[in-house]
Write a protein that binds this ligand. Structure first.
Ligand SMILES: C[S@@+](CC[C@H](N)C(=O)[O-])C[C@H]1O[C@@H](n2cnc3c(N)ncnc32)[C@H](O)[C@@H]1O
Length: 233
């Protein structure tokens, strides 16, 4: 039986339970993910158990299209790692040889991750790899020359919500999309169980200049993870 294909905007589609992005670098996988041809295009499987953005696209109760940046947009990604999720964002925002003229400023503090991210950026123009500590605005700001349309923070550190609020207030455009992937286990400093940690993060965001549009529980795809979808007030 042929699965129903639903477009989620340029370069992203949902087929059954799977999400695919249109591969900007045909013939190359980034994390050994499946690829398949469809006419002149090639699609890469966006694994929702390895990407909190893909998991949120599946779990959101609102329109998933609103979580995905548009072609040509300017994005800031904190905690890029080796660029697994960054590469799928690149498929949508930049496309092949960056014909959409988008940009993803991809920050990570680890030199090991940065080596792979630099290699990825060489075959995917539009990705700007930056070795920096995302908690320090002064380390990031030289690379962000205009406010961004879309921001994702996915850092395995404590005080994730505080860092998120600080960064979003400085770098996000009005009406831009800000996504925080919060891992309860990383919040070692705050007391309580997973729910308490999510509540604490919610309180910090509610007391800031941000509105929470949706809290997306990623249970079943990414355990103990909540994605906070926010906008500036
Ligand atoms: C969970 S992984 C990110 C996975 C990635 N977002 C993806 O979906 O492919 C967290 C990353 O945050 C990075 N990180 C941790 N603390 C950081 C900090 N203070 N500044 C920048 N990056 C940091 C780690 O090196 C690690 O690569």
């Amino acid at each position: 039986m042929k699965r129903k294909v639903k477009s989620l905007g340029w370069g992203v589609r949902k087929e059954g339970r799977n999400i695919w992005t249109r591969n900007a670098v045909k013939g190359v996988s980034v994390r050994k993910e499946r690829r398949k041809r469809d006419g002149r295009n090639e699609w890469r499987l966006w694994d929702a158990t390895k990407s909190k953005i893909a998991a949120s696209i599946i779990r959101t109760k609102l329109n998933p299209v609103d979580l995905i940046p548009l072609p040509g947009q300017n994005c800031l990604y904190l905690g890029a790692s080796i660029g697994g999720t960054v590469s799928h964002i690149h498929d949508c925002v930049c496309g092949s040889r960056n014909h959409h003229k988008g940009q993803i400023i991809a920050i990570d503090v680890s030199t090991r991750m940065m080596r792979e991210l630099v290699a990825l950026s060489e075959i995917r123009p539009g990705i700007i790899p930056v070795l920096a500590d995302a908690r320090n605005i002064s380390e990031i700001s030289p690379f962000v020359n205009k406010k961004v349309d879309w921001l994702h923070q996915d850092l395995s550190i404590s005080d994730q919500a505080k860092t998120f609020v600080k960064v979003v207030e400085v770098f996000l455009k009005n009406n831009g999309v800000a996504l925080l992937s919060l891992k309860a286990a990383s919040e070692r400093m705050s007391d309580g169980d997973t729910e308490n940690k999510f509540d604490k993060a919610m309180e910090i965001i509610n007391n800031s200049n941000l509105n929470i549009i949706e809290m997306i529980d990623l249970k079943g795809l990414e355990e103990q993870h909540m994605l906070f979808y926010c906008k500036l007030k």
